[in-house]
Design a protein around this ligand. Structure first.
Ligand SMILES: [Zn+2]
Length: 527
């Protein structure tokens, strides 16, 4: 939901305009009877958020009915399980659909710094544009934005950006307008009804169009997420219902008496295509400087789903992971550390990770350089570093490799591992100690240094391994995809779970000894 004080201002403006209209009408002596015959054109845009793979069913229904829609893509999740393949975008575009931006990693952009918000917006547009698509339209993840967010999106060359929850529906916003205007009052925060929920009926969908028609006309943007009969996908619209609606809308808009046109968002707004804007990531940390943000978990955040600034929950597979912070941390009495307990373990892993972002949280790294990863831990079972990389051309995150194991430790012990050279084509790093069995792990004081200039280790408390344990790094980089969903507080909690849900066995595929889930010999415990 977007809240905007300007709604009240608009009411005042409309009241003034209405009064003015009465005066003008009186002056011109226009016959009131003519008003009934004045057409109030309606433009309908069908929009689809997140690039869920099941939306291709909607695309088929659109094509069968001669309609087109706008598909807002999370570029960093393309090709991940449950999401569209890059090739699907070509199918959509060939059928006349619009490809729009929905950020790279689907953060709440209202909570980001201005540069990070701009990277999320610009990188998504630059990526889609580099694949040959004309990208004009944006939709805010969670429909959240501030004035700064909107400025960032505009600066990237988007010609419109969609909010949600500012137009009347059968279920909410009952005092709201029945449609956005064209051109929109604020192109960087266009007004749309709340997302279509699973309980919406055909009549509900039709009413969004017809209520605008019988009121003042205008622009109606409908927002769909999943097109599926799987009720666990929330929110979802059944393919049968969507097909019914598409058929109805095609017939309705074909009747000139209804003065209704179905257009993509970009065509409805009609602003010419703007140049592509690049958004470089921040430079790497200087030699000897720890590149990890909030390394000792001292900074909380109400906008980070984990509650910790620049940290997220990670994991995958079948297990139950409980994340928390504990006091004290490794040093001091009021400090904090993170805690993780895994139960019901079948496969996969769980871990705290730096937030997969475009530079505010995740360290920037340089291809060809190696990095010294350091993290203090206590654990009643083995642990290991899992390491992820950010693709420098798209901003998407991928599993890279895992370290050898570190033994359980009753007192604070430092795990240290040196990575291989960062491969070409990657510019960001995220890593963390994990659990890949039942147990409890406490961690604190995380660091990543370029090995050139890294401070010496405190040998009395250090566990080192890379020099003695053959730790072959994986040459294949596989995809990680956080579970991302709709625009509710409820699903934001899901986002906090990150890659824990819905993708068992798809991520972190063990390919080298000592990786999570790979039952290897005790001799591989490092220390
Ligand atoms: Zn979304």
């Amino acid at each position: 939901m977007t809240k905007d004080n300007s709604v009240n201002r608009l009411t005042v403006i409309l009241a003034v305009l209405a009064a003015l209209a009465i005066v003008v009408t009186g002056l011109l002596g226009a016959a009131p009877a003519r008003a009934a015959t004045v057409t109030k054109p309606v433009t309908v845009s069908l929009t689809f958020d997140d690039g869920n793979a099941d939306q291709m069913q909607a695309a088929q229904a659109l094509q069968q009915n001669g309609l087109t829609g706008t598909f807002y893509i999370i570029t960093g999740y393309l090709n991940a399980p449950g999401y569209m393949q890059q090739s699907d975008l070509a199918t959509l575009a060939a059928a006349g659909n619009e490809i729009g931006g929905h950020s790279v990693t689907h953060p709440d952009m209202s909570a980001l710094s201005q540069p990070e918000a701009q990277r999320q917006a610009c990188q998504s547009r630059a990526t889609l544009s580099s694949w040959g698509y004309t990208v004009r339209s944006f939709a805010y993840p969670f429909a959240e934005s501030t004035t700064k967010t909107r400025d960032a999106v505009r600066a990237c060359g988007y010609t419109s950006a969609r909010g949600l929850g500012d137009v009347r529906t059968p279920y909410d916003c009952t005092g709201c307008v029945t449609a956005e205007t064209l051109p929109p009052r604020n192109a960087m925060l266009t007004r749309a009804p709340s997302q279509v929920e699973a309980n919406w009926t055909l009549a509900d969908l039709q009413q969004q169009v017809t209520q605008a028609k019988t009121d003042r006309g205008g622009w109606v943007q409908l927002t769909f997420h999943h097109i599926s009969d799987d009720a666990t996908l929330d929110p979802t619209t059944s393919p049968a219902l969507f097909a019914q609606f598409a058929q109805w809308l095609a017939a309705y808009s074909a009747d000139p008496a209804n003065a209704t046109t179905v257009k993509t968002v970009g065509d409805a707004v009609g602003t010419p295509v703007q140049p592509v804007v690049q958004s470089p990531v921040p430079g790497p940390a200087a030699p000897g400087v720890n590149a990890v943000q909030n390394p000792s978990f001292q900074t909380t955040s109400t906008t980070s789903p984990s509650g910790q600034k620049c940290w997220q929950y990670g994991g995958y597979g079948s297990n139950t992971a409980a994340f928390s912070t504990v006091t004290p941390g490794r040093t001091g009495t009021t400090t904090k550390a993170t805690s993780l307990t895994v139960s019901d373990y079948v496969d996969g892993d769980a871990k705290w990770l730096p937030t997969f972002d475009l530079g505010d949280c995740a360290p920037t790294v340089v291809p060809g350089h190696t990095y010294s990863l350091r993290e203090y831990y206590k654990a009643n079972t083995v642990t290991q570093f899992t390491v992820y990389l950010r693709d420098s051309s798209t901003g998407s995150w991928h599993y890279w490799t895992s370290s050898p194991w570190y033994a359980s430790a009753a007192t604070w012990t430092q795990a240290v591992w040196t990575t291989d050279q960062i491969p070409a084509g990657f510019d960001g790093l995220a890593f963390g100690l994990n659990l890949f069995s039942n147990g409890t792990l406490t961690t604190d004081d995380v660091a990543a240094y370029d090995t050139a200039g890294a401070p010496p280790l405190a040998t009395t408390t250090t566990t080192t391994n890379s020099a003695t344990t053959p730790a072959k790094t994986s040459s294949s980089v596989s995809r990680i995809a956080p579970a991302v969903d709709a625009l509710t507080v409820r699903s934001r909690a899901v986002l906090g779970q990150l890659d824990t849900s819905g993708m068992p066995g798809q991520l972190d595929a063990p390919s080298t000894p000592g990786q999570p889930g790979a039952p290897t010999q005790p001799g591989q415990i490092a220390r």
